[in-house]
Design a binder for this molecule. Sequence first.
Ligand code: ATP
Ligand code: MG
Length: 259
Amino acid sequence: MLEVNNVCVSFRSERQEKLFGTTRDQVLFDVSLKVPKGTCLGILGESGSGKSTLGRVICGLLKPDSGELKIHGTSVYASRSGRKNLQKRLGVVFQDYTTSANPRFRVKEIIAEGLSARERNQKVRLNRIEETNHLLELVGLNASYADRYPHELSGGQLQRVCIARAVACQPEIILFDEAISSLDAHTQVQIMDLLRELKEKLGLTYIFITHDLTSVTYLCDDVLFLYHGRITEHIPVSHIAETKDEYAKKLLASMIEFD
Ligand SMILES: Nc1ncnc2c1ncn2[C@@H]1O[C@H](COP(=O)(O)OP(=O)(O)OP(=O)(O)O)[C@@H](O)[C@H]1O
Ligand SMILES: [Mg+2]
């Protein structure tokens, strides 16, 4: 359903090594992956390994230097319609739910951002209030939250609102970039249960970027390890203990120590 083929990304370097022209730092090297419909792919790697950069390529925000992103076989970066096609099908939830939700908006207006994206796509008029309440319920909040502002919610509640906003566009795929990392362990489990439930109910496909092994084993079907911008291993979560890859082993060992 979603395919990344031989993607390379570099950024302009801050270092001035040459007198003329600029040097570039390569962040992703020849990255390829496939996400079948209805599955959840976890992307693991240490800080700076290029996870968010890959996430930005996947959600249509960063055109790679080379390689391509395909959704249902259609290339995303080749044309404007390709990007539109992706926008229709993909929702995103970021880590920083405090800044990704406008503090001056009420919960119902935050969710409406997702709804209007869908209206643009489908040219349908919705009963906004009913729809918002339904979405709130879907993420485990009741209708009384609709009139609150972000600062009147806990982190976990606000992240649920951001999930509702992503779901409002009726995406087929949702990308989560460290979406639950800053919540406490108990809330993380609650949100992961919610994500599992939504996945079943709505037939969603997930890409889950994280540096937390526990959430990968809890939620994902497959996992890939990213090390200095290269994929070192891509395996089913059920086989994670049998990995032969040195980096994956090291990362797993360090993560288990910290648990
Ligand atoms: N817009 C940019 N311009 C220049 N360099 C960038 C840019 N975005 C990312 N980088 C660099 O790319 C590398 C990978 O960053 P990225 O954010 O993808 O890492 P990450 O794996 O998401 O890390 P973290 O776990 O800390 O979120 C870093 O060295 C970063 O400095
Ligand atoms: Mg990141």
